[in-house]
Write a protein that binds this ligand. Structure first.
Ligand code: THU
Length: 137
C-alpha cells in the first residue's frame, strides 16, 4: 500500500494544476481509496467566486463519480503561488464535512509542507461532533 510520503508527492503534483487566478493560493490533494487507487485534486476558482471548488472536494468528487466511496487517507498541500516554502494547509470546514460523509474514524488526513514535514490527523480530531450519514438512519 502507498506510503504517506508517496501520497504527499501526488498532492504536490496535483497542486501544479490548481486554477487560481483570483486568490493565487494553490492547493493539491491526493485521495487514497481502500483499493489503493489515488485520485488527485486541485482547487478550481471562478470569476463569480462562489462556484470555486477546493482541491480536497475535487479529489473526492472525482473518486465518487468513478464509483469509489471507501477511502483510507488524503494528503493535502497548499500555499500561496509565490511561497518559498509551503505552510501546513488545513482543510476548510466544507471539505471536512465531505470527508465525514465517506470516511471512518481511522481515515488519515495528512498535511504536509513537503515530503519530509508531515502531520497526520483523524476526522474525530478535526471535526468532533460531526453530522453524518448515521444521523439520518
Ligand atoms: N482551498 C482549498 O482548495 N482547500 C482548502 O481546504 C482551503 C482553501 C482553496 C480555495 C480557494 O481556491 C483558495 O484555496 C483560497 O481560499
Amino acid at each position: 500500500m502507498i506510503k504517506e510520503k508517496e501520497l504527499v508527492k501526488e498532492a504536490l503534483e496535483a497542486r501544479k494544476m490548481a486554477y487560481t487566478p483570483y486568490s493565487h493560493h494553490k492547493v493539491g490533494a491526493a485521495l487514497l481509496t481502500d483499493e489503493g487507487v489515488v485520485f488527485r485534486g486541485c482547487n478550481i476558482e471562478n470569476a463569480a467566486y462562489t462556484p470555486s471548488n477546493c482541491a480536497e472536494r475535487t479529489a473526492f468528487f472525482k473518486a465518487v463519480s468513478e464509483g469509489y466511496t471507501r477511502f483510507k487517507a488524503i494528503a493535502i498541500v497548499g500555499g500561496m503561488d509565490d511561497a518559498k516554502e509551503l505552510p501546513f494547509c488545513p482543510p476548510c470546514g466544507v471539505c471536512r464535512q465531505v470527508m465525514a460523509e465517506f470516511c471512518d474514524d481511522d481515515f488519515k488526513i495528512i498535511l504536509a509542507k513537503n515530503e519530509n514535514e508531515i502531520k497526520v490527523y483523524t476526522l474525530p480530531e478535526i471535526l468532533p461532533m460531526r453530522f453524518g450519514p448515521t444521523n439520518l438512519s
